[in-house]
Design a protein around this ligand. Structure first.
Ligand SMILES: NC(=O)c1ccc[n+]([C@@H]2O[C@H](COP(=O)([O-])OP(=O)(O)OC[C@H]3O[C@@H](n4cnc5c(N)ncnc54)[C@H](O)[C@@H]3O)[C@@H](O)[C@H]2O)c1
Length: 258
């Protein structure tokens, strides 16, 4: 969709400084929205925001109550409303259960799970400020719907985001706010870099064999951030007026077979 379908909409994209969030910010901006890139990396957020037609950047740590309150105050004073909130920011964690400490577990859940709840509740008055019509899109993951080695806190948080989406939709439906989630599959971003610095997860022989050669990804390619940005744009558009409480898998078909 092009040509200003989201004209005049004030949109917040967390983690919009790079990767999937940057593609979502670019797409919403191309759709006509005013986009606030909210990211812990202020410098990268500013660099991305200048590329947008109507963009700005604001630092936020979604893991911090104080930072989220500060962000909500900024948004209230600058814009007085929020029409679209995309809860995208998260960190990867690949700690195996034998090494997992409760401190690490709480750290991951505080950002990847509580961060979306923290920001959504803080922005709720602004999401209601224009009356019915606001949209919330949460970014979950196929890992929130399936198990995988070395992913207990990450997968738990992503599963929680899926059910946060359903329950939040139930709470907000009568106030005219649609809440949905996208669960991406394997997407080509910095998050997919291997922790030992040896390269990209998607370039390993094991990945190439299982997912591309033997076709666990039915479409035989890794996803690009734009593959996620399009469906997010759709969920924010009028065409999605009657869709709420859904977790939409955008994964090239990975979850369709076993
Ligand atoms: N890349 C994938 O294969 C994949 C697959 C499924 C789901 N996802 C999800 O998509 C979303 C985006 O992932 P990505 O691959 O673009 O990741 P990324 O690591 O490339 O980008 C994440 C962004 O979030 C920001 N961020 C991190 N912690 C933050 C915090 N506390 N407060 C504010 N901003 C913070 C980072 O600075 C960065 O700009 C995440 O929710 C991720 O879990 C990614």
């Amino acid at each position: 969709m092009t040509g200003g379908a989201l004209q005049g909409k004030i949109s917040v994209v967390t983690g919009g400084a790079r990767g999937i969030g940057a593609a979502i910010a670019a797409r919403l901006s191309a759709d006509g929205a005013t986009v606030i890139i909210a990211d812990i990396d202020a410098q990268a957020a500013t660099s991305q925001a200048v590329l947008l037609k109507n963009g700005s950047a604001m630092q936020i740590d979604i893991g911090s109550d104080a930072s989220v309150v500060k962000f909500a105050d900024f948004l209230k004073n600058e814009f007085g409303r929020c029409n679209i909130l995309v809860n995208n920011a998260a960190i990867l964690d690949m700690t195996g259960i034998n090494e997992l400490t409760m401190a690490r577990y709480r750290h991951v859940l505080n950002i990847n799970q509580d961060g979306a709840v923290r920001l959504t509740t803080a922005l709720l008055p602004l999401l209601l400020a224009d009356g019915p019509g606001a949209r919330i899109v949460n970014i979950s993951s196929i890992m929130g719907l399936r198990g995988q080695p070395n992913s207990v806190p990450y997968s738990m948080a992503k599963g929680a985001i899926a059910n946060f989406t359903r329950s939040l939709a139930a709470d907000l439906g009568h106030q005219g706010i649609n809440v949905n989630a996208i669960a991406p599959g394997f997407i080509d971003t910095e998050m997919a870099q291997l922790p030992d610095g040896s390269g990209h997860e998607h370039e390993t022989k094991e990945f190439l064999d299982i997912y591309l050669k033997y076709g666990r990804i039915l479409l035989r390619r890794v996803g690009q951030p734009e593959d996620i940005a399009g469906p997010v744009s759709f969920l924010c558009s009028k065409d999605a007026d009657y869709i709420t409480g859904q977790v939409i898998l955008v994964d090239g078909g990975v979850s369709a077979t076993f």
